[in-house]
Write a protein that binds this ligand. Structure first.
Ligand SMILES: [Zn+2]
Length: 281
């Protein structure tokens, strides 16, 4: 039941939201995102290294309500905040992070794990600064982007996130932007970043280009219901619009895997929660 409502909500947004209007709304590729990660079908790859993030909080510049999510933007004119290692051969620069979330805690994430939905998902967006000179160039190219995905679960209040939550009322409406500085995005990563899934996919918002190496964290982070409620108090609409619309359900519907392999950096046989049924070890 929840799943049907969730699909309807996502499809409604894709039909109605201005971001999805226009020529790029219908992608043709075989490497689209997001996907459902089927744990028993993911392939352990011992060559996958730990992630190496080096984030300089001084590169944090502003928060912007772009009418679909809020973007925390970083100065990406130098290699001060970077990601390397993991499945990546090159060095990638952080340019922004944002979230996707639902109208309730029952759904909201873009990726799912064995069909499990999370109330929200964080995306840290990086572009390949070894190969390209601008985000705009990298976004169109193979191996141009690396996005870290982190699931959010409702539980304890997240102290690191609170500084961000406190800034959100200032960017309630679409197109509002405020200065936001010295925020360390590393505080939003889970304690264990060694365990992740990785696959080749796309952006989940237009232009939907298939330039993304996805790195989806196995471990989630916890945020409080009240913190997520502040996300939901944002608006898709600008101050001038007559009918105001809450910013919720800003996730894309799931896309077919189409023969792609999801690799894992950890062996599924050592998971904390053993698989339920149908497994013989
Ligand atoms: Zn995203």
């Amino acid at each position: 039941m929840d799943c049907v409502k969730m699909q309807e909500a996502a499809e409604y947004n894709m039909k109605m939201h201005p971001m999805w209007q226009g020529p790029l709304a219908v992608p043709g590729g075989d490497r689209q995102s997001p996907i459902d990660i089927v744990v028993r079908k993911s392939v352990f790859d011992s060559k996958l290294k730990p992630l190496e993030t080096e984030y300089d909080p001084q590169t944090c510049q502003q928060i912007w309500n772009n009418g679909y999510s809020f973007l925390v933007e970083y100065d990406d004119t130098t290699d001060k905040s970077t990601l390397k290692g993991g499945p990546l051969q090159d060095k990638f620069r952080l340019c922004q992070f944002h979230f996707h979330w639902g109208e309730s805690n029952a759904w909201g994430s873009e990726h799912t794990v064995d069909r499990r939905l999370f109330p929200a998902e964080l995306h840290l967006v990086h572009w390949n600064s070894d190969k390209y000179s601008l985000f705009e160039e990298a976004v169109m190219e193979d191996n141009g982007l690396a996005v870290i995905g982190v699931f959010l679960k409702v539980g304890k209040r997240h102290e690191g996130l609170q500084k961000l939550v406190d800034a959100l009322p200032a960017i309630r409406h679409k197109d509002s932007i405020v200065e936001f500085t010295r925020f360390d995005p590393g505080c939003l990563l889970p304690a264990n970043t060694d365990d992740y899934w990785t696959y080749h996919g796309s952006l989940t918002t237009p232009p939907l280009t298939e330039s993304v190496t996805w790195i989806v964290m196995k471990q989630h982070i916890e945020v409080s219901h009240d913190q997520l409620a502040v996300f939901r108090s944002l608006l898709f609409t600008s101050a001038e619009e007559e009918v105001q619309k809450s910013m919720v359900n800003n996730f894309r519907v799931q896309q077919p895997l189409r023969g792609r392999t999801v690799r894992s950096s950890f062996t599924p046989f050592l998971q904390e929660a053993p698989p339920a049924e149908g497994h013989q070890h």
